[in-house]
Design a protein around this ligand. Structure first.
Ligand SMILES: Nc1ncnc2c1ncn2[C@@H]1O[C@H](COP(=O)(O)OP(=O)(O)OP(=O)(O)O)[C@@H](O)[C@H]1O
Ligand SMILES: O=c1[nH]c(=O)c2[nH+]cn([C@@H]3O[C@H](COP(=O)(O)O)[C@@H](O)[C@H]3O)c2[nH]1
Ligand SMILES: NC(=O)CC[C@H](N)C(=O)O
Ligand SMILES: [Mg+2]
Length: 513
C-alpha cells in the first residue's frame, strides 16, 4: 500500500497534514526531519511532504534537508517552511521580511497546473491561510511560479518535470478553502497514488505487521480498560493469540470502583490472558511529598515500567511491551519527530526510563483518538468502551494538585464520582470529550450550618475536543453544574467550594498538571 511520509519540521499542524492525507484514503506517517536518508529510504515512501516549522532556513542552526533525497524521483510537496527549504537548498532565494503574514490571503493562480485543478473561488482568487515571516523571492532554477498573492510574488512554485511542488500557504488547516483538494491533487494527480487506505485496511495491515514483527515472541500489554489499550490488546490478540499477556495495574491512583469495573468488563467481553497487579504502595510511597507535575509523571512512568518488567520476568522470555500510545502523547512528551517543544511528559512516552529491557510495540502511535474510535468500531468493540472518556495513566495523581496523600485522593474520588454520575444521568457524558474533578491545593472559608468551615476547593473540568490537541470548555447547562456543585459540597467531606475551569487548550491544557 502507498505510504506518504511527512517530514516534521516542528509545525503545530504536522499532525493535521497526516490526518488529511489519511482522510483522502492514503496511509501517512510522520517522521522527524532529522531522519537519516537511509532510514527514510527503508520506509519506502511513495511521496514526501515537508511540513512547516518555527525556524528560519536563513538561521545557522535551522533544520535542514538532505538534498540527495530529492534525486530519488519521489514526488515532494513542501509546505511553508518546507517550501522555503526547497528554495534554499536548490539555489533559489529566501528573504526574511520584517512583518509576519498571519491569517487570510487571496491566492491567485498564475500558471494553471494540476495542483490547483478544481479550486473554487471568485474572480480567480482563492482563500488560503498563511503563517510565515520568511518568503521565497526567487524560485530555484527549473521552477515555475504557480501562484501569487497581493503581498507574495511566489506563493507556490513547482518543477513539474521532477514532481517537486511547494506552497507557502497551509492546505491542511480548515481556514484554507479547498485545502483538502490541493492535497488530493498532489496525492492523486501529481504523485499518482491510489486511495485504498481505510480504518478497515488499517486493522488488517496492523495485524499482519504485528505477526511479522513479533513472530513467536510473547508480549506483555499494559491494559487500563481505556479505549487505546483495549484496541491494542484486541489487535494483538488477533495477531498472536495466547502469547499476549495483559496486565492491569492498580497504581492507587484509580477512580472509585475502577479496578473491579475494568476487570469485570474485560473478563466478560474478551478472552484475554489478563493479570491484575496490585501496586498501590509501589506508586504512592515515592510520590509522597512530591508536588512538581513533571516529577510526578516521571515517577509514575518509571513505576509502570518496573511493574511490566517484573511481570515479563516472571513469564520468562518476554521481549515486548505493548502500550496504547497515541500521537498526541508523543508530540507533547518529547521532541520526538521534529524540533517541537516538550509540553508535558505523558507517563507512557516522556515518563519512560532511559534504559528499558523491553522493546516497545505501539501500533496506534501514529493515530489520533477519533481515529482509534473508528478502529474500535471496525473491531466491533462495545459502545461503552468506544465512548469512554480518556483517563490518563498517571490518574488522579495529576488531578490532586500539590501533594498526593491517600486522604486527598479519597476526597477527589468522591467528588469525581459525582461529576461522572451527573454527566451520565443528564446525557452529557457522550456529548463531551472528557469531564472530571480536580482537587486544588487551597483552602477557603465557608459557612456550613452556622459554623465556619475552612476546606478544600474542587474545580470542574469539562471539555470538548476532537483529538486532544486543541480543546474548549464545554458550555454545560448551568442546572447540571449547579447539581454537581451542590452535591459535591454536601456529600464530600473536606470540600466547601466548587469552581468551573473556563479555559481552552491552547493556551491551557486539558489536565491541570
Ligand atoms: N492502570 C494501568 N494498567 C496498565 N497499563 C496502563 C494503565 N494505565 C495506563 N496504562 C498504559 O498506558 C497507556 C497510555 O494510557 P492512556 O490513558 O493514554 O490510554 P488508555 O488508558 O488505553 O486510553 P484512554 O486514553 O482512553 O484512557 C495505555 O494505553 C496502557 O498501555
Ligand atoms: O495516558 C496518559 N498519560 C499521561 O501522562 C497523560 N497526560 C494527559 N493525558 C491525557 O491526554 C489528553 C491531553 O491532555 P493535556 O491537554 O492535559 O495534555 C487528555 O485526554 C489527558 O487526560 C494523558 N494520558
Ligand atoms: N509556518 C511556517 O512553516 C513558517 C516558516 C518560517 N518559520 C517562517 O516564518 O516563514
Ligand atoms: Mg487511560
Amino acid at each position: 500500500m502507498d505510504k506518504v511520509v511527512i517530514l516534521d519540521y516542528g509545525s503545530q499542524y504536522t499532525q493535521l497534514i497526516a490526518r488529511r492525507v489519511r482522510e483522502a484514503g492514503v496511509y501517512s506517517e510522520i517522521h522527524p526531519c532529522t531522519i537519516p536518508a537511509a532510514e527514510l529510504k527503508a520506509l519506502k515512501p511513495a511521496a514526501l511532504i515537508l511540513s512547516g516549522g518555527p525556524a528560519s532556513v536563513l538561521a545557522p542552526e535551522s533544520p535542514g534537508l538532505d538534498a540527495s533525497i530529492l534525486d530519488w524521483g519521489l514526488p515532494v510537496l513542501g509546505i511553508c517552511y518546507g517550501m522555503q527549504l526547497l528554495a534554499h537548498y536548490l539555489g533559489g532565494k529566501v528573504h526574511a521580511a520584517k512583518d509576519r503574514e498571519y491569517g487570510r490571503a487571496d491566492l491567485e493562480v498564475v500558471s494553471p497546473c494540476s495542483l490547483f485543478e478544481g479550486l473554487s473561488g471568485t474572480a480567480g482568487k482563492h482563500k488560503v491561510w498563511m503563517s510565515h515571516g520568511d518568503h521565497v523571492d526567487t524560485p530555484p532554477q527549473g521552477f515555475e511560479i504557480l501562484a501569487r498573492t497581493g503581498s507574495l510574488k511566489v506563493a507556490a512554485m513547482a518543477d513539474a518535470s521532477r514532481r517537486l511542488y511547494a506552497i507557502q500557504f497551509h492546505p491542511e488547516v480548515a481556514h484554507t478553502d479547498d485545502g483538502d483538494l490541493v492535497l488530493r491533487n498532489f496525492l492523486f494527480k501529481i504523485a499518482g497514488l491510489k486511495p485504498g487506505w481505510s480504518m478497515a485496511s488499517f486493522v488488517e495491515s496492523t495485524i499482519k505487521d504485528l505477526r511479522d514483527t513479533l513472530g513467536d515472541d510473547h508480549v506483555v500489554c499494559g491494559l487500563s480498560g481505556g479505549i487505546d489499550s483495549t484496541v491494542v490488546a484486541v489487535l494483538l490478540h488477533k495477531a498472536i493469540g495466547k502469547r499476549l499477556h495483559c496486565i492491569f495495574v492498580d497504581n492507587g491512583l484509580l477512580r472509585i470502583n475502577e479496578r473491579e469495573e475494568v476487570i469485570d468488563f474485560l473478563t466478560e467481553s474478551f478472552d484475554l490472558n489478563l493479570k491484575y497487579v496490585e501496586a498501590q504502595e509501589l506508586f504512592l510511597s515515592p510520590l509522597e511529598g512530591v508536588t512538581d507535575p513533571e516529577r510526578k509523571r516521571k515517577i509514575i512512568g518509571h513505576n509502570f515500567i518496573e511493574v511490566f518488567d517484573a511481570e515479563a520476568h516472571k513469564l520468562q522470555g518476554v521481549k515486548w511491551l505493548a502500550q496504547g500510545t497515541l500521537y498526541p502523547d508523543v508530540i507533547e512528551s518529547i521532541s520526538f519527530k521534529g524540533p517541537s517543544a516538550v509540553i508535558k511528559s505523558h507517563h507512557n512516552v516522556g515518563g519512560l526510563p532511559e534504559k528499558m529491557n523491553l522493546k516497545l510495540v505501539e501500533p496506534l502511535r501514529e493515530l489520533f483518538k477519533d481515529e482509534v474510535r473508528k478502529v474500535a468500531y471496525e473491531l466491533g468493540l462495545p459502545d461503552n468502551i468506544i465512548w469512554r472518556h480518556p483517563f490518563p495513566g498517571p490518574g488522579l495523581a495529576i488531578r490532586v494538585i500539590g501533594e498526593i496523600t491517600r486522604e486527598r485522593l479519597e476526597i477527589l474520588r468522591q467528588a469525581d464520582k459525582i461529576v461522572q454520575h451527573e454527566l451520565q444521568a443528564s446525557g452529557w457524558y457522550r456529548k463531551v470529550w472528557q469531564g472530571f474533578a480536580v482537587l486544588l491545593p487551597l483552602k477557603t472559608v465557608g459557612v456550613m450550618g452556622d459554623e465556619r468551615s475552612y476546606e478544600s476547593v474542587i474545580a470542574l473540568r469539562i471539555v470538548d475536543s476532537l483529538d486532544a490537541m486543541t480543546a474548549d470548555w464545554t458550555r454545560v447547562p448551568s442546572e447540571i453544574l449547579a447539581r454537581m456543585s451542590n452535591r459535591i459540597i454536601n456529600e464530600v467531606k473536606g470540600v466547601n467550594r466548587v469552581v468551573l475551569d473556563i479555559s481552552s487548550k491552547p493556551p491551557s491544557t486539558i489536565e491541570w498538571e
